[in-house]
Design a protein around this ligand. Structure first.
Ligand code: PLP
Length: 393
């Protein structure tokens, strides 16, 4: 299994298939050894120490690079560790532009951790390439993009933002966690680095925390590979194995997420207790035509919606759910509901959160791969049972 000309579905299934020369095992072994025997005169050849490199991790990194149509991949102990390692490429005085509606932990890292290093950053709306270009300073070095954003699912003009960034020699990083490599490959649009919180769709079973960076430029690879080892935020071989196991079903999982989510979004949009639904696959999405162009296979499994009424109605909705679990992650086979204002984005100060549009009645739903009728029935009963108030709302 060496050819990268296979279709995505095939590449994903055969992620770890490299027949073990010695034993003929079909699944790659988990190598737990922290150190590897060296032999003179070639003591710098091969594996050395598990933080620096490990056979199980190396196989995962190569395979994920193929799925993202990149030349190299590097695995980190979490999506957040991937972010912080990439930021170590920069120095005091450098400036970074970050899309404004980012994952809560990314927002927290930039505003509460990176800021102490003297590296400057600004949040940018990035919805128009011309206004974005005006925000670029002589010291700007990197642009950090999420598409769609989290949790408001805004879709920036990705191709134009990349074009403008390249004109100014910025490093373009795209967090592709939400779409997964099945629905979008930002490297093919000119991005320099694609990052994933592999904790989400890539693994898909809510039992591994991991991050990945993928790219084409070998200079960037060398610098990140050095930092991966020097900063030491590497995943365990066992988690690398689990991730490869999860990725084998990535194609059929994402197909199911895509198919279920559009139907759930259409259902929610018609329900009287739902004020508004945001889903890139709905014609009502403000950047729907952009979504059609960018996402050829589907619009992903994440839906955001607003419950009609005050906070108590939203809490009632969560309490009424019986199949769908209230929990802060996403991208697993099970449907999960999140209350961004109090879970994933609780680290964002309230005034900023409200300005971002993350109100108390916002629900982010990660649509799982359960039977569509069961998902819709659970949402329906939870919405139907929200008590009606006699007082004006
Ligand atoms: C979860 C998430 C992260 C952070 O990843 P961890 O693996 O939790 O550290 C980053 N970006 C996005 C879009 C996420 O959903």
């Amino acid at each position: 299994m060496k050819s990268t000309s296979y279709n995505f579905d095939t590449l994903a299934v055969h992620i770890d298939q490299e027949h073990n020369a010695e034993k003929g095992a079909v699944v790659i072994p988990i190598t737990l050894s922290t150190t590897f025997e060296k032999k003179y005169p070639n003591i710098h050849e091969g594996f050395e120490y598990a933080r620096t490199n490990n056979p199980t991790r190396q196989k995962l990194e190569k395979s994920v690079a193929d799925l993202e149509k990149g030349k190299w991949g590097l695995a980190f102990s979490s999506g957040s560790a991937t972010l912080s390692t990439i930021c170590q490429l920069f120095e005091t005085g450098d400036h970074i532009l970050v899309i404004d509606d980012v994952y809560g932990g990314t927002h927290r890292y930039f505003s509460q951790v990176l800021v102490k290093s003297g590296i400057q950053f600004n949040f940018s709306d990035m919805m128009h390439a011309e206004t974005f270009e005006k925000e670029i300073r002589p010291s700007t070095k990197m642009v950090w993009i999420e598409i769609p954003t989290n949790p408001l699912l805004k879709i920036c003009p990705l191709t134009e933002i990349i074009e403008v960034s390249k004109k100014h020699q910025l490093l373009v990083v795209v967090d592709n966690t939400f779409m997964s490599p099945y629905n979008l490959n930002p490297l093919t649009l000119g991005a320099d680095i694609v990052v994933h919180s592999a904790t989400k769709y890539l693994n898909g079973h809510s039992d591994v925390v991991m991050g990945l960076a993928i790219g084409n430029d070998l200079g960037i690879y060398e610098r990140l590979k050095f930092l991966q080892n020097a900063s030491g935020m590497t995943p365990s071989p066992f988690d690398c194995y689990l991730l490869m196991r999860g990725i084998k079903t990535l194609s059929i999982r994402i197909k199911a997420h895509n198919e279920n989510a559009i139907r759930v979004a259409e259902f929610l949009e018609k329900h009287p207790n739902v004020e508004r639904v945001i889903y890139p696959g709905l014609p009502s999405h403000p950047q729907h035509s952009r979504a059609i162009q960018l996402f050829e296979k589907g619009y992903g499994g994440i839906i955001s919606f607003f419950i009609r009424g005050d906070l108590s109605k939203t809490i009632e909705f969560f309490q009424n759910l019986s199949l769908i679990v209230l929990a802060s992650s996403l991208g697993g086979v099970e449907s999960l509901c999140n209350h961004p204002a109090f879970l994933t984005h609780s680290a964002v100060p309230q005034d900023i959160r409200l300005k971002m549009g993350i109100t108390d009645n916002l629900v982010r739903l990660s649509v799982g791969i359960e039977h569509i009728d069961d998902i819709i029935n659970d949402l329906k009963q939870a919405l139907d049972r929200i008590s009606t108030q006699t007082s004006a709302q």
